[in-house]
Ligand binder design. Structure first.
Ligand code: APR
Length: 231
């Protein structure tokens, strides 16, 4: 079976009702990223950071996967699919995808603030001040904040290097190292970029830009790939 690697960003969850970051009205217009999504922010005001992620976690739990998430899950019938997502929501899992790398963490999990290897599920929507890890330290969101290393980037790079097809969905390709994955894929393989916005992606070989929303563009592409795989 061919290896398909899918790089997703906030745009794939937009039609599930979750805000993107850099579209008009996006999260970074509503919040100062340096006050809610950096280690310094956590040191300065843990409650503000906890509340920012509690509000987003509540929205994630109330959201549903959309047709794009389900279409990606259906690709597993005929392909080895790895979803490499920048998203911290769990919509890919809930749509049935089984091989997911969360580069920027998972909003439904917490981690120890003294030992990042200690990761816990958050049962409800709230992570509260006073919730501690087994070492007694305050639990923080299991999110890769700006300025922190991206622990799963090596795995993501190795997998992308061996992709037979690359699909990029709903990301402005603004944030590195994740955005660099499009340049890691083999020059000769077919690449698809699905985004309704104006995307300027220079110097990428064999790239087909599909200027559509994820909920329509992804199912159409998945259908085509599955049909060709049968042929
Ligand atoms: N379908 C597909 N794409 C969409 C849709 C949609 N319905 N709506 C918007 N988009 C596209 C936008 O055109 C844009 O290209 O989704 C992209 C969203 O870009 P960003 O808001 O920058 O989100 P993302 O690329 O995921 O950000 C990367 O930045 O702030 C950090 O950690 C955060 O993981 C995030 C990273």
């Amino acid at each position: 079976m061919e290896n398909i690697v899918v790089l997703t960003g906030a745009g794939i969850s937009a039609e599930s009702g979750l805000s993107t970051f850099r579209d008009s009205g996006g999260l970074w217009e509503q919040y100062n990223v340096y006050e809610v999504a950096t280690p310094e922010a956590w040191e300065k005001d843990q409650n503000l950071v906890l509340d920012f992620y509690n509000q987003r976690r509540k929205q994630v739990l109330e959201a549903e996967p959309n047709a794009a998430h389900y279409a990606l899950a259906s690709l597993e019938e005929k392909f080895n699919v790895t979803i490499i997502t920048q998203n911290v929501d769990n919509l890919h899992e809930r749509a049935g995808s089984t091989n997911i790398i969360h580069l920027h963490g998972e909003i439904t999990k917490s981690q120890s603030s003294v030992d990042a290897s200690l990761v816990y599920d958050i049962d409800d929507w709230e992570l509260k001040s006073g919730n501690t890890c087994e070492k007694g330290s305050q639990l923080r969101p299991h999110i890769v904040w700006f300025g922190e290393a991206v622990p799963k980037m090596t795995d993501a790079t190795v997998i992308t290097e061996s992709a037979d097809k690359l699909i990029v969905i709903g990301t402005s390709l603004n944030v590195y190292p994740a955005a660099g994955l499009i340049d890691v894929a083999g020059k000769e393989i077919d690449k698809y970029l699905i985004d309704p916005g104006e995307m300027s992606v220079g110097g990428v070989d064999n790239l087909t830009i599909i200027k559509e929303k994820a909920s329509t563009g992804v199912p159409k592409l998945a259908e085509k790939l599955l049909a060709n795989a049968c042929a």
